[in-house]
Design a binder for this molecule. Structure first.
Ligand SMILES: *Cc1c(COP(=O)(O)O)cnc(C)c1O
Length: 459
């Protein structure tokens, strides 16, 4: 049986199902599997599978307390709602391969994990007849993907906090036009950090957390990372077929280190990956870390790629655990230093598989413009940050470069207009939002007020 442990070493090991329901470990750490399964001898058998078939095989390695038939059903249901049977198609565009992760219901890559997580919650809660109340904070994309993952489901309610008036109109409407009775949108009079702090405080209040059966959908939840491991295998196989290459490289536009950490897990399992290139925008704590060895807090600045406007990357702690040679006491000490000083220096060089770079707003605009004029392909601004960093590094190796495309450009049409001078990024689902009715509650940035609201809605 696969067991999951906290990066900070506290508590008893959990099974996969328990880990998914727990979200964050009670000692404040994040859950990781005790061992990473080695699958190098299965790659040839996996290569011919379609996306749901591959997802089943990869996830099964980590979710061994779920009956195989149940897991297969959950996976098939999750990926049937994508608008292409390939789920995450890969297209060659100029010198790179674009892995399109935006074919789910909310047009951002977070659907790949949150559709799966919603179905998984329903399965696990259904087995015991229990309930869950999800409390989440969003700066934009997580909220709608999580809401679409759990809307209308039995035994689950979701409370999503967004900073009132500070998400884009499209992002706000994607959340607030969902009128299912289990969905509550809280427009918090404050910043995203206020929302995130309230979530952390509610989870840190263990009596409240237990009484309200709180659940987490942010990428602190292991199942989210796990679902993302799949497309690294899928894309590597597709690009190997097209190019005959032995290994591929990936460039990953990064905020919370969740997506690229999934790539690191795939590499450790034996996926044919030569290099993981991390790309940040001006909020570059992670690219600075990989280039200087110091992880130190900067000030968040707004950019054209708002879903990456993050300084404290919660999943980085999962990487630190491996960097520390699985020494959880060391991780706990590093995290304590970071909390105290806003900075931590592991003093151990990062894995050689990582490279990192920064694409600022000018680079973002120029990548969008170049890919549109040369190849007639529209990059969303997050994808463009990655592409600009990838282009700088193309000549370092002959391995094909796969750039993760994390959103449909229509979600961020203002950046497209700025880059091309035209209103090129449209999607019928986005256009339709503007005429739909909405529902949300405006609430003070006050943990007690939010707790009271959640309590008042409990069945
Ligand atoms: C969330 C998000 C990212 C960053 O992903 P992380 O897992 O936080 O690194 C990048 N692009 C888009 C469009 C996103 O929504």
């Amino acid at each position: 049986m696969m067991r999951y442990i906290s990066t900070r070493g506290g508590g008893e090991p959990l099974t996969f199902k328990q880990t998914v329901l727990a979200g964050l470990a009670r000692d404040g750490g994040l859950y990781l599997p005790e061992n990473i399964p080695q699958v190098a001898d299965r790659l040839e058998a996996w290569r011919g599978l379609d996306y749901p078939g591959l997802a089943f095989e990869v996830i099964r390695q980590f979710a061994d307390d779920i009956a195989p038939d149940d897991l297969r059903r959950v996976v098939e249901k999750s990926y049937a709602v994508f608008d292409t049977p390939e789920v995450t198609p890969v297209r060659q565009v100029g010198p790179v391969h674009i892995l399109e992760l935006f074919h789910g219901p909310t047009l951002a890559f977070k659907d790949v994990a949150l559709q799966f997580l919603g179905n998984l919650f329903e399965l696990v809660l259904g087995e015991t007849g229990s309930e869950m109340n999800i409390v989440a904070a969003t700066s934009g994309d997580t909220g709608s993907a999580a809401i679409y993952g759990v809307r209308g489901r039995e035994g689950i309610q979701i409370f999503v906090m967004h900073p009132h008036g500070r998400v884009s109109p499209v992002q706000e409407r994607q959340m607030t036009t969902v009128l299912d009775s289990n969905v509550f949108n809280l427009a918090v009079d404050g910043t995203f950090d206020d929302c995130q702090n309230i979530v952390k405080e509610l989870f840190g209040d263990l009596p409240f957390r237990d009484a309200c059966k709180l659940g987490a959908v942010n990428s602190i939840n292991w199942a989210r990372v796990l679902a993302q491991v799949v497309y690294y295998f899928y894309a590597a196989f597709r690009v190997q077929e097209q190019t005959g290459a032995e290994k591929v490289r990936f460039t990953v536009p990064t905020g919370n280190f969740g997506d690229i950490f999934a790539g690191y897990v795939a590499l450790k399992m034996g996926a044919p990956i030569e290099r993981l290139v991390l790309a940040t925008n001006e909020n570059d704590i992670l690219s600075r870390y990989f280039n200087t060895g110091v992880y130190s807090l900067g000030k968040v600045v707004p950019t054209l790629s708002p879903s990456m406007d993050i300084q404290v990357a919660s999943n980085f702690e999962r990487y630190l655990y491996f960097l520390a040679g699985r020494d959880s006491a060391k991780v706990a000490a590093w995290m304590a230093a970071f909390k105290r000083d806003g900075s931590l220096t592991p003093g151990i060089p990062p894995d050689a598989c990582f490279a990192a770079g920064r694409g600022d707003s000018a680079a973002t605009i120029s990548a969008i413009r170049e890919f549109w004029t040369r190849y007639h392909y529209l990059l969303d601004p997050h994808t463009a940050v990655g592409v600009s960093v990838a282009l700088d590094r193309l000549n370092e190796s002959s391995a094909p470069m796969v750039c993760l495309s994390t959103a449909h450009p229509a979600k961020f049409s203002a950046a497209i207009r700025e880059a091309t001078g035209e209103d090129l990024a449209r999607h019928p689902r986005i256009d339709a939002l503007m005429s739909l009715p909405t529902r949300m509650e405006v609430i003070a940035a006050d943990r007690a007020k939010v707790a009271e609201f959640v309590k008042s809605k409990l069945a």
